[in-house]
Design a protein around this ligand. Structure first.
Ligand code: G3P
Ligand code: CA
Length: 275
């Protein structure tokens, strides 16, 4: 519903432009269209993923968005970490859902990337919202929401408390591999753009894309399954397409050629060398 409103508004706006401006907007004059540069788990090629150091680096590099992974502690605090255990990225062990917020905050989430990052902490979700909203867009991934009953409501509450659930707020997007969770989130936050993540071609059929377009604004596939045809289909259904995860210049160049709307990358400078 909401995406069709945006599509109609976009079409009306385009028709108000001069023919030259319309050609530029459509990317038919040879200029590359604008692509959003999304720093994956922050600028995680350069600093420990999902820490303030990585998010600050993304701001310094003038990325358009940071991508963050949100999970929940044993005592229901929202925290920013990718894996469902703390083993790989901290000096602790155990499942995120079995540790209290205090226990999670006591861990060192920086040293795994280098001694200079020692002391970086697992950020809380509200800390990230407060520190970065208005400075840079925030692409929020609900990571394994099936492990955290009520996480959608908790995320919605934090956004609403900060008035970040408003229609003009294009710089907050929520995505997940869990489609039921995204349907629920769309119902809780109808004005916040929703993305569905997949690396499966079977979930990119015309029928699947049509079903996603009922509640999603973004179809976000891994770059290995992206084709020009897919990009066209996604656009014709009124959705945008953001693809991941760029870790080489070749992958960035491929996605720039595919004309996706956003590129999710560990290295923001591969998408825009000026960054
Ligand atoms: O934003 C897309 C990407 O983050 C999905 O994969 O495993 O890095 O969370 P993952
Ligand atoms: Ca992610």
């Amino acid at each position: 519903m909401k995406k069709n409103v945006w599509l109609g508004a976009g079409l009306a706006f385009t028709l108000m432009l001069s023919p030259f401006q319309q050609a530029f907007a459509a990317g038919t004059n040879g200029e590359r269209k604008q692509v959003d540069n999304v720093a994956h788990r922050g600028a995680s090629g350069y600093a420990p993923e999902n820490t303030l150091a990585a998010f600050d680096k993304a701001v310094d590099m003038k990325a358009d968005y940071i991508e963050i992974d949100v999970q929940q502690s044993k005592d229901n605090e929202l925290v920013v970490i990718h894996d469902t255990t703390v083993d790989r990225t901290t000096d602790g062990t155990g499942k995120v859902k079995d540790l209290t917020f205090e226990q999670l905050r006591a861990l060192d989430a920086g040293s795994f990337k280098g001694e200079q990052f020692k002391g970086e902490k697992i950020p809380s979700f509200d800390e990230v919202l407060d520190r970065y909203h208005g400075k840079i867009g925030i692409l929020i991934e609900l990571k394994a929401p099936e492990l955290y009953p009520g996480i959608e409501e908790n995320v919605a509450k934090e956004l609403k408390e900060r008035h970040l659930d408003r229609p003009q707020n294009e710089k907050i997007i929520i995505q997940s591999f869990n489609f039921e969770s995204m349907k629920k989130t769309d119902a809780l936050l109808p004005k916040v753009p929703i993305g569905v993540l997949t690396s499966s071609k079977a979930q990119a059929t015309e029928q699947s894309l049509k079903a996603f377009s009922a509640y999603a604004d973004y179809f976000n596939p891994s770059y290995g399954i992206v084709t020009k045809e897919m990009v066209g289909q996604v656009h014709s259904l009124g959705m945008k397409i953001s693809s991941w995860t760029v870790r080489s210049q070749e992958a960035a160049d491929f996605l720039l050629d595919m004309d996706v709307d956003a590129i999710i990358t560990d290295y923001p400078d591969y998408v825009d060398p000026r960054k």
